[in-house]
Design a protein around this ligand. Structure first.
Ligand code: SAH
Length: 508
């Protein structure tokens, strides 16, 4: 395809507004090319079929893990933020590597039937969502396809399809009936603009705070809390923290809501231990927001991106709020980890419970158990559950949650799963089912080896990264397991994240 010198105006077509900007990659090299102190482009670049600053027509053939359209120009791959599979688009190249490059979307020439107008007015600026320009049904299809692609390419597994029944069944992604307002936690950075207090989000690829009134994936009450806290802060004349100078007080406002209880927690994260006029703060929040059950203060004086400091105090009310996943009650503190989409968590862990096929007497191991969410879910139907997690505070929370629910058939231990599971084995623990829910990097090889030694009848793998899942499934399949089925679950609508629940059954 030939390079085009101008975009040309085509009535009725989507133009640059039609997708997301390319973030901090946009214009990296193109921008420099115009400057005086430019290094000469490396020789390999001249041999590529596309050149920086030039425009081309690209066929968009897929979507990347980051939600960018995967475009083809003269056989060369260009990632195009905002472009969708099936589209033909005019793109401008702005960054090149030897094997691929990045281009900005100039104009969509052939529009995908799956393209929708993003509902959020700040979608283009904010880095939070990546897929709002794709219909929700199509998002679910894309997520399933990403799982399939990983299983095939990385796991070298065969997936059943319309053409062939042979292979692993990958179900359609379980999505939300209403994929908006699903988050129960907001962590909002505060700043100042023209002397006024602002709170919102960081502009893509930077730490510039953009004021925000609402976030369509947040629970409404979280937006309401942030708005009221802004008003109260402005009235009391609080200064926001400034990263560049390390001065100012209010850094972040963190809000948590129990979806089922309606309880709210507000955490003021400050650069210093004294909040001036603190009683007025408390009175103001209580008056404006009667559902607030807990007001906490976290102190973070470090010049860091990490939101929380080490010290948390209760300013008013309870130390925790409560929420339920299924019938299990959880206490949520300012710092404790809790799944951010409680509706879909119930769907995901419901699937894990179904795949575990418990009848009441089984011994179950929950590796990477966090605050014990899956463990307690499983304990309702199991004989004995063993949960292991590396973060000690999470295990303390898990024990409290077991007590809160009167569950005595769970045992929690802090430590690396790959060390603790072999210890339990030495102590004679023989699990019928092992559930793993590892972080993105997947399971430790030593843990997989122990699973293969223990040979439980069922392994349930809950994953937040399809690529490491595929890698680990290959190990388990080679070690004598069959992948019975895979269910992707959409925990984070409008973002590129995809979770999966996988059932493996021991051969013979
Ligand atoms: N199942 C949990 C969360 C899983 S997230 C829930 O439903 O809430 C993955 C967890 O693995 C995190 O809590 C992380 O702290 C923990 N982790 C990371 N490496 C680990 C290891 N080597 N051994 C045990 N836990 C680990």
């Amino acid at each position: 395809m030939k390079a085009k010198s101008s975009s040309g105006s085509r009535p009725g077509k989507h133009r640059e507004q039609s997708g997301k900007p390319a973030g901090n990659r946009s214009g990296q090299q193109a921008g420099r090319a115009g400057g005086a102190a430019v290094k000469a482009a490396p020789a390999w670049m001249a041999d590529l079929p596309v050149q920086i600053g030039q425009q081309y027509e690209a066929e968009i053939i897929g979507i990347s893990h980051d939600g960018e359209g995967v475009g083809r120009v003269n056989g060369f791959t260009l990632f195009v933020a905002g472009a969708l599979p099936g589209e033909r688009a005019l793109v401008r190249v702005n960054h090149l590597k030897k094997q691929y490059g990045y281009a900005a979307l100039v104009e969509v020439l052939e529009v995908s039937p799956d393209r929708v107008k993003p509902d959020c007015v700040i979608y283009e600026e904010c880095g939070g969502c990546q897929l709002q320009h794709l219909s929700y049904e199509a998002q679910l299809r894309v997520k399933r396809q990403q799982v399939v692609d990983n299983l095939v390419r990385i796991g070298k597994l065969t997936v059943a399809s319309e053409l062939s029944e042979e292979g692993i069944i990958v179900h359609p992604t379980l999505g939300m009936t209403d994929p908006w307002r699903y988050r129960n936690k907001a962590q909002v950075p505060f700043g100042e603009e023209r002397g006024g207090l602002i709170g919102g989000f960081y502009a893509q690829g930077s730490h510039r705070i953009i004021d925000m009134e609402e976030c369509l994936i947040q629970h409404e009450s979280n937006d309401e809390v942030v708005a009221r806290v802004k008003e109260i802060g402005a009235r009391l004349g609080i200064r926001a923290y400034r990263e560049e100078t390390g001065l100012g007080l209010l850094r972040h406002v963190v809000v948590k809501v129990g979806f089922r209880t309606g309880e709210l927690m507000v955490v003021l994260v400050t650069n210093g231990s004294l909040i001036p006029r603190v009683d007025e703060w408390i009175a103001g929040i209580r008056e404006a927001l009667p559902a607030v059950a807990s007001i906490c203060h976290n102190i973070n004086v470090k010049q860091t991106n990490v939101i929380f400091g080490d010290e948390t105090r209760v300013l008013w009310g309870s130390e925790v709020i409560y929420d339920y996943i299924g019938d299990v009650k959880f206490a949520i503190s300012a710092r404790s980890f809790y799944q951010v989409n409680p509706v879909q968590t119930e769907v995901l862990y419901g699937k894990a419970l179904e795949y575990a096929a418990l009848t009441g007497g089984e011994t179950v191991v929950d590796a990477y158990c966090g605050i014990g969410t899956i463990s307690l879910f499983l304990a309702q139907r199991a004989g004995q559950v063993y949960g292991v997690e590396i973060v000690e505070e999470a295990i303390a929370d898990a024990r409290k949650n077991a007590e809160l629910n009167g569950m005595t058939n769970v045992h929690f231990e802090a430590g690396p799963a790959e060390v603790v599971l072999p210890e339990w084995t030495r102590q004679g623990v023989r699990p019928d089912v092992i559930v793993v829910d590892p972080p993105r990097k997947g399971c430790d090889p030593a843990l997989l080896a122990t699973i293969l030694e223990l040979q439980p009848r069922r392994v349930v793998y809950v994953s937040c990264s399809a690529s490491t899942l595929a890698r680990d499934l290959r190990v388990l399949v080679d070690g004598g397991y069959g992948v019975a089925e895979v269910t992707p679950v959409d925990m984070f609508p409008h973002t590129t994240h995809v979770e999966c629940c996988v059932l493996l059954i021991r051969n013979c």
